[in-house]
Write a protein that binds this ligand. Sequence first.
Ligand SMILES: [Zn+2]
Length: 263
Amino acid sequence: MHRSHRLASLNRGAVPTLACINQATTPLDINFDTLVRALQSYVSQHVAPVWGTNARLVKSASFMPGAWALVFLDDADAPGALAYHDLTPDGLPQAKVFVRTLLGSGETVSGAASHELVEMLVDPGLNLLALGPDGTSMLAYESADPVEGLHFAVHGLPMSDFVYPAYFEAFREPGSALFDHLGSVRRPFEILPGGYQSVYKDGAWTEFFGSAAKRDRFLCEDRRSHRSEQRARAAPKRADVSAIARPVTNATDGTGCSRALLL
Ligand SMILES: [Zn+2]
């Protein structure tokens, strides 16, 4: 890795450039330029004032040296999709949005992309945790999962609600602070009905759900390459550009539903 890239990746005060790369053959539900502009406003006007994590989003045809990445793919079974792995070829943060998967489940591209974006900016190393209220469990420092399913409009596009720093502060009394952008969360560590939380305890990760309906939906989702699965892996892998260029169709193992239920 070039020295300047390494320094940029470690400097939390720096504003990273983030390459938005659309490799999906499935038509998006929104023009890609419009989406990138709206995501930029989401980050700069909503996320950065709260978390101090701004970013400069640019549309790009491929990975950019020194830049983080937000990659749009059809699904985890698309040729070459799994070769994107966890990080950019430079070893910098990368998020993926599976367009066909999410549109098939009634979600929006902007909702899913903003979810991944805010979580990547708040915890780019996928390794932050907060000590839970019981003093023994560790909660994943994910900013969109507990409020998943709630959105607000940016440039007319639905964008993911996200929690505020106070969400992870156990000393906060209920209703005493703003715990999420929409003001829907009333207390620290609350999981809203459409949300979930990844909890690390006794060396293992467990998902806690805000409702039985959310649990049932979650178990039927294709979770491959989601942050919760990447977090559980010990060593994140860089994107393999040569494997992406020479795609091999990945073997499928049935629907996300049957696979998840087998776990
Ligand atoms: Zn998430």
